[in-house]
Design a protein around this ligand. Structure first.
Ligand code: DX5
Ligand code: ZN
Length: 227
C-alpha cells in the first residue's frame, strides 16, 4: 500500500475551519482526519457531522471521521452524508461490532477499527472480512499534541502480520504524536497511513510538512521519495 499522509484538523484555527480545510486539501494530503469526540468516551468534546459537512465543499480530498463517541452507530448515516468516505470506530463503543462495520459498508463508506493503546489486536481477528482499515493509536485518545507511544510499535508489526496473513487489502494507520522524529519507526513496523496533527502544523507550510513526512516514511520503508 502506498504511504498516505492524513492531517488531523484538531490544531487548526476552528474560527476559520473552511479555509484551513482548503489549505490542507491543497497541500497534497491523501485524506483529512476529523476527530469527533463526545466528551464521554474521551474527556474532550470537538465537533459532529454538521461541522464536517460544512467543510466538505472546501476540500477535494477524502474525509475520514475518527469517532471517539459512545453509540457511534446512531450517527453513521450522518457522517457519511456529511461526506466522510471512511469511518474509524473504537470496538469498545459498539454493541455489535461485526454488524456495525458491515453497516458502514452498506452505507457506501469504508470501515476502520480504531484500537486505543490498551485495546488488544485480538478484537480485530474476527472482523477482517468486514473492515478496510486498522488504526493503531499511538497516544491515548482525547487530545492532540501528546507524546508518541513507541510501545505501540510491536502492535503495529503484529497488525501488519495479521493483514498479510489475511490476504485482504486492509490499510494500517497510526494516529497520535506522529512527526518528523517519530514517523520512521511505525513506517518500518508496517504502517502505511500516518495521521499527523500538531507536528504537521508546526512546519512553515502545510505542503512542506506533507512532503517531509511522506519522504521520511518512504525512506524508513527503504523506498525512494518520488521514485
Ligand atoms: C487523538 C486524535 C488524534 C490527534 C493527532 O485523540 O485521535 O488524531 O488529534 O494529533 P497529534 O498528531 O498532535 O497527536
Ligand atoms: Zn484521530
Amino acid at each position: 500500500m502506498p504511504v498516505k499522509i492524513v492531517p488531523s484538523v484538531l490544531p487548526a484555527d476552528f474560527s476559520r475551519l473552511g479555509e484551513e480545510t482548503a489549505a490542507l486539501s491543497g497541500a497534497g494530503v491523501d485524506r483529512i482526519h476529523w476527530d469527533a469526540m463526545d466528551g464521554e468516551f474521551v474527556p474532550n468534546l470537538t465537533f459532529g457531522p454538521e461541522v464536517i459537512g460544512a467543510c466538505r465543499p472546501h476540500a477535494t480530498c477524502g474525509f475520514e471521521a475518527h469517532l471517539m463517541c459512545w453509540r457511534p452507530e446512531e450517527l453513521f448515516t450522518r457522517y457519511v452524508e456529511a461526506g466522510c468516505e471512511l469511518l474509524l470506530v473504537h470496538p469498545e463503543t459498539l454493541r455489535q461490532p461485526h454488524q456495525a462495520y458491515r453497516q458502514i459498508r452498506e452505507l457506501g463508506a469504508r470501515a476502520g477499527v480504531a484500537l486505543s493503546p490498551a485495546t488488544p489486536l485480538t478484537l480485530v481477528e474476527h472482523v477482517l472480512d468486514v473492515i478496510d482499515l486498522i488504526l493503531v493509536m499511538t497516544v491515548n485518545p482525547g487530545f492532540g499534541g501528546q507524546v508518541y507511544l513507541s510501545s505501540m510499535e510491536p502492535k503495529v508489526a503484529a497488525a501488519r502480520a495479521l493483514i498479510a496473513a489475511s490476504g485482504r487489502p486492509i490499510e494500517l494507520e497510526v494516529d497520535g504524536g506522529i512527526g518528523p522524529d517519530t514517523i520512521a519507526a511505525p513506517a518500518a513496523a508496517g504502517a502505511d497511513v500516518f495521521v499527523s496533527g500538531s507536528a504537521l502544523f508546526r512546519y512553515p507550510t502545510r505542503r512542506e510538512g506533507v512532503d517531509d513526512l511522506r519522504a521520511r516514511a518512504l525512506r524508513a520503508r527503504g523506498e525512494q521519495p518520488g521514485g
